[in-house]
Design a protein around this ligand. Sequence first.
Ligand code: DOR
Ligand code: ZN
Length: 346
Amino acid sequence: MTEITLRRPDDMHLHLRDGAMLTAVLPETARHFARAIVMPNLVPPVVTGAEALAYRDRILAALPDGMSFEPLMTLYLTEATDPEDVAAAAASGLVKSVKLYPAGATTNSQSGVRDFDKVRGVLERMAGIGLPLCVHGEVTDPAVDIFDREAVFIDRVLDPIRRATPGLRVVMEHITTKDGVDYARAQGDDLAATITTHHLILNRNHILAGGIRPHYYCLPVAKREHHRLALRAAATSGETRFFLGTDSAPHPDHLKEHACGCAGCFTATNTMALLAHVFEEENALGRLEGFTSEHGAAFYRLPRNEGRLTLAKRDHPARWPAKIGDEAGPVTVFDPGFPVHWHVSD
Ligand code: DOR
Ligand code: ZN
C-alpha cells in the first residue's frame, strides 16, 4: 500500500500553551487535526468554565486564516473546584473533560490534587453527567522509583477512585507501561487510554544510552522495551479503548537543554507521518484510522470528523523543520532517529 486516506484525525491530548507559544504551535496541529483535547496546565491553570471560555477564544484568535480547528476544552481539577461550575461548563458544550494532575507529578501541576477526598464531590457530579476524567497517572511519592510510578498509581490511586465512584468515565492519559495496557483491557467501557506517538517509538535507552537526550525526556518517562512493545500492540490492535493523544508539549530549547530540563516531546508537526510508519511496521495500516480518527471521538461521544487526510509513501524521506517558533522558542521538533517515508499529502 502506498497511499491511505483517513477520516481527519483528532488529538485527544495536546498542550497548546498561550501567547506567542500558542501562536507558534497551533498551526502545527491544525494543519492535520480537526480537533484536540486541550490541556489546561497553563500558569495559572484553567480551572473554571469562564477561564476555559476565555482560553478557547484566545486559541481561536490565534488560528491562522484559512485553517479550521475545534479546541475541546478541559478544566484543571483543584481541591477547590466547584462541582456546579464543572456541570454548567459541560452542559453548555464548552468543556469535554476534567484533568486530574496529582500535585507535583509534572509540568505546572502544583495546583493539582493532594487529598483525593477533597475532590470526591466533583467526581461524583462528573459520574452523574458522564463527563470524563482525564488522569495523569503517576504517584508523586519520592520513595517510588520514577519508572514504577505509573504502575503504583494504578493500584494506590486510580483503582480506589474508580471503585469509590461508580460510573465515573476515565481516560488514562499517555499510558507508558504494559501494566497500564493490562489494567485498561481488564475494565469495562467506562475506561479508555490514550497513547502518544513518542511512546510507540522510544524506550528508556533512547533517552540515556550514549549521551543524555533532553528532547526525548517527557513524563511519564519512556520505560523498558517490553513496555514499548505492549503499547505498540495495544495501539495497533483495533481495540476501541485505545486512541491517540499525542501529549505534544512544546518547551523552548533553552529550557529543554538545561541542567534541570523540562519534560515534553513536541510531535505535533510530524505525528501523522510517524504513526503511518509505526502502523506499517506492525502490519496494521488498516487500523490507523480507528486509532487516530474514530475511537477517541466515540469515547468522548462526539460526531466523527467529515474531512479527510491522505498519507502517501514515497521513495524519498519526509522532511520537516528541525525547529519551529523563533519568537517563542525555538522548539525542537521530535526526531525519531530513522527516516520516515510517509508524507501527509496536502
Ligand atoms: O512530558 C510532559 N509534558 N508530560 C506532562 O505531563 C506535561 C507536559 C507539559 O505540559 O510540558
Ligand atoms: Zn500532557
